[in-house]
Write a protein that binds this ligand. Structure first.
Ligand code: FNR
Length: 387
């Protein structure tokens, strides 16, 4: 199989690009404005050197950890992504099954295309639901109740989206839901018939978790997307975090925190962790790379809270660097979407195998036999171009 000849995330990305019509690929791959943060998220990892220990007996390497209070085989989790069914017909279930096989936490997006109850039924492993504070607080409260009922273990509150980011690739491609045949994208869709024909039926793009809110859905998924987009509340504040923390009363991470000050405020407001994230460079362009913010955030919040580095992870060695700087774990979005688009569940499975192998190999080469032993002396910041 072609997917097995993919040796890394970059190979899977190329496979995804060849399998998907261009507007769909660009929706995954792109970022906001000039895509500075998108690129920096990735390259910032390369500015850290790994400083190895030797002769440390690495015949047995301990990688198990706890994220959102739940066991994870190694410190990686899967970030929430919307509209997943556009990338492969098996959508969230394929991703979640692969995550389960690898002993990892999965997170489902509010904008996902599988009902949270269905996901929970198919996926016994620890799982997180990504939630928003909507203008209609009742809608948020309803999600909290549904998540509790369905057995979700944690919530991730996304706070970097008071308005939608400016994704210019999507404007150029005229991406809409369901995808429409604009003149510009027609060739691309025509060149990918196996993808296009089922996708264009439209019903596949049901925003499954929110569709019950809009009875006038005859108007189609795009209007639902608009409706939910219109529900993003620009007035959301720390009081809402306090409210949500009380309402949920369980593991809660604030996703999109960038500074030590806001990390401190998150914990003081009742969250149990933060996801340092700029939404994969899709919201505020120019925001710092998550990897560069870890040390300061960890120093401020102390040992207990989850500090999850989300964005730009493309190698298992990136996870080692983030842990050495003080992260509890890393979280990935695009890498698993590339795998999904390339080959469905098999593709995600392959991606997770590759990253796991890279992670373990890096630990052994760095002389680390227990992730708990990783510390800041194992990394050195050295921007490229510096002597
Ligand atoms: C996202 N992300 C995202 N985040 C979120 O909180 N809710 C969402 O619905 C989505 N949807 C979404 C769709 C797509 C196609 C992408 C690529 C990303 C952001 C995601 O959770 C995560 O923060 C980034 O993907 C992390 O960066 P990397 O791993 O893609 O570099």
């Amino acid at each position: 199989k072609r997917v097995e000849r993919a040796h890394n995330v970059a190979d899977l990305r190329l496979l995804a690009r060849s399998r998907l019509p261009r507007p769909i690929f660009d929706y995954i791959d792109g970022g906001a404005d000039d895509e500075v943060s998108l690129r920096r998220n990735v390259t910032a990892f390369k500015d850290y050197e790994l400083v190895p220990d030797v002769l440390n007996d690495v015949s047995d390497v301990r990688t198990e950890t706890t994220i959102f209070g739940q066991p994870s085989r190694w410190p990686l989790m899967l970030s929430p992504t919307g509209l997943t069914r556009m990338f492969h017909g098996h959508a969230e279930l394929a991703v979640a099954r692969a995550a389960a096989r690898h002993g990892l936490l999965y997170s489902l997006s509010t904008m996902g295309t599988t009902r949270l109850e269905d996901l929970a039924q198919a996926f016994a492993r620890p799982k997180v639901f990504q939630i928003y504070i909507f203008k209609d607080r009742g809608l948020t409260a309803e999600f909290v109740a549904r998540c509790r009922e369905a057995g979700f273990h944690g919530l991730a509150l996304t706070v970097d989206t008071p308005v939608a980011g400016n994704r210019e690739r999507d404007r150029v491609s005229g991406l809409s839901l369901p995808p429409k045949l604009t003149l510009r994208s027609m060739f691309s869709f025509a060149l990918h018939p196996s993808w296009s024909i089922p996708a264009l039926t439209g019903s596949k793009f049901d925003l499954a978790n929110v569709s019950h809110k809009v009875d006038a859905l005859a108007a189609g998924p795009m209007s639902l997307f608009d409706y939910i987009g219109g529900q993003f509340d620009r007035s959301v504040s720390w009081r809402d975090v306090e409210w949500l923390a009380r309402e949920w009363n369980g593991p809660l991470a604030i996703k999109g925190v960038m500074t030590p000050e806001d990390a401190h405020r998150s914990i003081a407001s009742g969250a149990t962790g933060v996801m340092i994230s700029n939404h994969g460079g899709r919201q505020l362009d120019g925001a710092p790379a998550p990897i560069d913010q870890i040390a300061a955030v960890r120093d401020t919040v102390g040992d207990a809270p989850d500090v999850i580095c989300d964005g730009g992870i493309r190698r298992g060695s990136d996870v080692v660097k983030a842990l050495a700087l003080g992260a509890t774990a890393c979280s990935i979005g695009r890498p698993y979407l590339y795998g999904l688009a390339a080959a469905g569940e098999t593709g995600v499975d392959h991606l997770l195998t590759l990253m796991r192998q890279e992670f373990e190999r890096t630990l052994m080469l760095a002389g680390i036999n227990d992730i708990a032993a990783l510390s800041r002396r194992h990394v050195r910041h050295r921007p490229r171009g510096s002597a």
